[in-house]
Design a binder for this molecule. Structure first.
Ligand SMILES: Nc1ncnc2c1ncn2[C@@H]1O[C@H](COP(=O)(O)OP(=O)(O)OP(=O)(O)O)[C@@H](O)[C@H]1O
Ligand SMILES: [Mg+2]
Length: 141
């Protein structure tokens, strides 16, 4: 399945995340790819709201993994921005990627060789100050 959509504001991207959350199941993995400031964290915030997680979702700048409970499913928010390729092996992804929850990964291109086959890939591209192109694909990168 491939889907392309455009958003014109941060709020619209968040809303897309809320809608996407309804389709997520135990063990779903969402790989977010896109340059700095394209809206990856905004999308994660939408997913969190859609799952019913309370509280504000922030960029996990110094913590690589944030766990949000209290929603329909646990949410594991991973941000690989500051992770070097040789550090990947020190992170125990298995418990998040093969979990009972939903795992959403920013800068997921860094660990594509470790992602399950049924991963949902989302590429966000900056198209203008407030305009973003969002491409969603299931499986295979
Ligand atoms: N259509 C849009 N969708 C999402 N964010 C938008 C949009 N238009 C403008 N923005 C702005 O772009 C920024 C997106 O920030 P966000 O932290 O979500 O990006 P990010 O991809 O997670 O960045 P980083 O790579 O630093 O983690 C916010 O400042 C937001 O207000
Ligand atoms: Mg971010």
């Amino acid at each position: 399945m491939k889907q392309i959509l455009y958003t014109e504001s941060e709020q619209e991207t968040e809303k897309f995340g809320r809608t996407l959350a309804e389709k997520l199941r135990e063990g779903s993995v969402v790989a977010l790819c896109g340059e700095l400031g394209t809206g990856k964290t905004t999308l994660v915030r939408g997913i969190a709201r859609g799952l019913g997680v309370k509280g504000y979702v922030k960029s996990p700048s110094f913590t690589i993994v944030h766990i949000y409970r209290g929603g329909r499913l646990p949410l594991y928010h991973i941000d690989l921005y500051r992770v070097e390729p040789d550090e990947l092996s020190t992170i125990e992804f298995e418990e998040y990627v093969w979990s009972q929850g939903v795992c959403v990964i920013e800068w997921a291109e860094k660990m594509k060789h470790l992602l399950p086959e049924n991963t949902i890939y989302i590429h966000i591209t900056h198209e203008g100050e407030n305009r973003r192109k969002i491409e969603l694909r299931n499986g295979g990168l």
